[in-house]
Structure formats: structure tokens, C-alpha cells
Design a protein around this ligand. Sequence first.
Ligand SMILES: [Zn+2]
Length: 62
Amino acid sequence: MRISNIKVVDDTENIVACVGDENTGAHPRVYLNIKDEDGSIECYYCGKTFVYKSKIEKKKNV
Ligand SMILES: [Zn+2]
């Protein structure tokens, strides 16, 4: 079973940097551009998914 690796980011951050982490291993620094319509982006190196805070809150519907 694949562990989903999600990082919540602020809605104002449309570019996030990823260098991997201790779980997935380090990789060269990449910059990922989050599109407003998607609200999330998956790192193509390590599979970490960056999700806008507002998207998470909508999913939980609290
Ligand atoms: Zn990554």
C-alpha cells in the first residue's frame, strides 16, 4: 500500500520547491507550479503532493 505523502501549502503560494524528504529520499530541487483550477501538484521525483489549504478544507467539509 502506497503511503500518500501530502503537504498542505498556503493558497498564496503558487510555486513550491521540493527537494524530497527523509521518507522518500532527497532529489534535486525542483519548482512546481500549482494551477488554481487544480489546487494541487504532484512532485514528479518523489510523488509528494502539494495541496492548497482551501482544497483540503473543502474536501473535509468542516
Ligand atoms: Zn519531490
